[in-house]
Design a protein around this ligand. Sequence first.
Ligand code: HEM
Length: 499
Amino acid sequence: MSKRLTTTAGAPMPTNDTSKTAGERGPVMLDDYQLIEKLAHQNRERIPERVVHAKGWGAQGTFTVTHDITQYTTAKIFSKVGNTCDILSRWSTVAGEMGAADAERDVRGFSIKFYTEEGNWDVVGNNTPIFFIRDPYKFPDFIRTQKRHPMTNLRSPEAMFDFWAAQPESVHQVTILMSDRGIPVNPMHMHGYGSHTYSVWNDKGERHWVKFHFRCQQEIKNYTNDEAERLIGKTRESYQEDLFNAIDEGNFPKWELNIQVMPEEQATTLDFNPFDLTKVWPHDQFPLIPVGMLEFNKNPDNYWQFVENAAYSPSNKIPGIGFSPDKMLQGRVFAYADAHRYRLGTHYEALPANAPKTAVHHYHKDGTMRFFPQMTGHPDAYYEPNQYEESARPDPSVAEPPLRIHGDADRYTQEDKDADYVQPRKLYAEVLDDDERRRLHQNMAAAMGPCSDPVKERWFAVLGRVHPDYEAGVREAVKTAGDDNAIPVTDDTPTQAAE
Ligand code: HEM
């Protein structure tokens, strides 16, 4: 039997398609409040899209601990093999707006919310182990170059390569972006990385530095530029379709959580900075240690409620897991919660996607959409400290061991170091094979084709410092691509008037 349609205030509605008019043909009467309500609601159906990573796809699932890592961390979720918790993922592209095509060449966001018994732990990473920059000061400028030009309102390769050429530490990430890994066929066929160095501590108060890796249990698959262009001509929503249908048909994607671990003191003795987000930790020195399995087995009942409303933040951590001196991480610890208060509202943590699945007790108070009861444990305890036994109190036993800081607080100049070229050089010369290098040259040439000559030359100089063959290969590919990048206007080119 159908349900009775009601107003938002619960009163039964006589109609949902005919306005109340003064005469048979109108005008509409102002007291047709439900018509006004319906139009007003539609006007409020949008919130600001995420300033970056606006286009995304999500799923719900379960995390199961498969290996014992209690020697490294006190985090309750890892206290026993077999422990499980619910998880919510959101994968995304970085630069495109909400309506952007899915199969674009871009870094992919890889966010997981673990709803643990000691609160929500968010890993807000990417499908690459590193990033373009290592100082949060540069992030807004970097993102400007990825978004639209203020005058043309078009994406600007000139701005992208101009910025990258001035930030040589970006060449490692740009190499990955322009490689075969730059266009995964969908989120189910790529690895994920926490990217930053985090820390964990054990019950003896010993700290280790860690990196989180999500190893894809499906085959790694990517599109070439041509394949992606053809696909986007047919559908702009290929990721949403692939992901939703796979889960709907019971083909649940899985990732294995692994960690790389470094004892606290070792960080001071390495020949690279382990807190520099533009560097990987070599796997032969820091092997992957398996921890658990993530399985995504449920499509959210409502995309908006669980994927659009999802508020991920590197600041969401649980006892046993901490930050590191990584400057970028500190910038992000501030930026995300601030973005959520603006995008979703003050009490965004109380929305179903973000609400912890454990008891919550805090003294934050009122504001818009304050729809939850007092969380302090006692009606008279609206401040802390207080005299009421049952009220919520801090628990010093979960305190993090002190973070040892070396050196004086200062701004250190960004030197142009050869260290920035070592890892990309290894990637280019030792990891990629000839075919992969050829495609890298071509992809990069296609991306930088529209740039001015001075910007091209500055970027070639960066590539030359990575490896002379890299510079020569991309130079050649740019020359060969020649005018292919220009869109020819012919008599057959449709115009507005002709249509
Ligand atoms: C200082 C550097 C950075 C700043 C200030 C920053 C800021 C932001 C902001 C404001 C958002 C939108 C949040 C929202 O409205 O929900 C966002 C989204 C995101 N960022 Fe960053 N970001 C930085 C670096 C990074 C890095 C290094 C990574 C990956 C390693 C990353 C991965 C993501 C992901 C995956 C999302 C989308 C989260 C989701 O699915 O909702 N960001 N970032």
